[in-house]
Design a protein around this ligand. Sequence first.
Ligand code: F6P
Length: 546
Amino acid sequence: MNFEEIQSYNQLKKHSVFLSDATIYSLFKQDKDRFSKFSQSFSDILFDFSKNLIDEKAFDLLLKSAEQLELKEKIRDMFDGVKINSTERRSVLHTALRSKSQSIKVDGKNIMDDIKSTNKAMYTFAENVRNGVFKGINGTRILDVVNIGIGGSYLGPLMATEALKPYKTPLINFHFVSNVDGTDIKETLKKLSPETTLFIIASKTFTTDETMTNAETAKEWIVKTLGQNAIGYHFCAVSSNVDLAVKFGIKKENIFGFGNYVGGRYSMWGPIGLPLLIAIGSEKFNEFLDGARKADEHFLNTPFEKNIPVIMALLSIWNVNFLGITAEAVLPYDNYLRYVPLYLQQLVMESNGKSIDRNGKPVSYKTCPVVFGEVGTNGQHSFYQLLHQGTEKILCDFILPVISHNETGMHQEKLLANGIAQTEALMKGKSPKEVFEELKEQKLSDAEIAKLLPYKVFTGNRPSNTFLIKEITPETFGMLIAFYEHKTFVEGVFWNINSFDQFGVELGKQLAKRVLTDLQNPSMDLLNEYDSSTASLIEIVKDIRK
Ligand code: F6P
């Protein structure tokens, strides 16, 4: 059902108009228990959503709409392997990659058997690389692992390997090449020696142009120094396309596949997580999966009013569809989490950046917000100006690990003080009266105060969520990311869209092929083929590169 047609929709609309007279700060003043009413804890993660323009009535109506949209049944369908990715007729079972269930069936086949046997081979391979049993062609141990992949075959492993760096083996360095810009691979190769390098070609399809172009360049680099036979010793693959990987020269036993029930951006829990597995080892990787599985169980079994990913999604729906907020900032106060915003950009926007509903009809409401972010405190000295005083309100997710892996002097207290203060500043703002008194204290004249005052006012009333996490461990990290995955799914249910296809990336790829042909074509009347802008851009590029 379309969510504008459910019973609670109009009540939510009406209530959002009523609440527009309030401010988040005024709601705090009215209710001493606001924090306990609007926060939830699970394991070592506290989720505080009290700094939203939301009250009990709005929360209640949002919970009711989840029921009216049959969210519970839809969650069950996903975990049970129903083909909810309807356009591609696929199940959505990234949760199987971290499941302890004995049997999950797709088309009558128990996929847990495949997952277990792939894991066995992959864990052995990873441990062999870690402890030096796996050797390069000249018998030397691997010192550098280069993951070549893009999108979901890049962002997940990159983010997780960095997030869990404190658990990484010191014996191996990790590198991630994704861009077809030759600078990416060239700059990476400059630092490496072929004899001690292992490439992971990570591509579900093994056809993605950027990945295959980089893989061919890496192959040339290996073959030039070590000869053709070295391919089998210096390359492994994560791919569902075993035939193409074998054709590339990779030994069959070093190819780790996964089923089409796992989407690229949801894939780091399985073979796409191989760099992380090599980096942190089997035990810690299992803890990472445990965290995600605990989040899955929480998502499946917890009543919606206490269910963190469901609440995260309800808040997004409330802010986007009822309060007109169309962007979300992800702000981790932890340098190791620096790639989380990048990862979530793909997870959220490739999943929900859509405008056609499940019935093939254009939606009549807003869907996915724009997602961006940066680590704190760096972002504070960059785009936070807009967060505080811009014309657009932005929903901010603050991610604050309490204990640092690098406790040093006052660093961590200062970092946390900044993160917490930002949530307060966004909500509370600074009134004209407060600004006046502050400027008065600075001994400014009345004329100077009158001139400066409007610029120094903070309207406040800007929403934020805070994740307070005891410490980033493989388990808490896995849990946090699984929460975001499920949040994304629930949003898709509300917007009645399929969060699991990505046709929007195809047109650009198609047209790039044609432009590439024309860039290489010496003489052609491009104006017959293209608009004048595109034709001229191609002509000028050809001219410069001649
Ligand atoms: O950008 C489209 C996309 O299909 C992503 O969804 C995916 O993560 C990425 O390309 C990489 O695909 P592959 O793993 O097949 O190379």
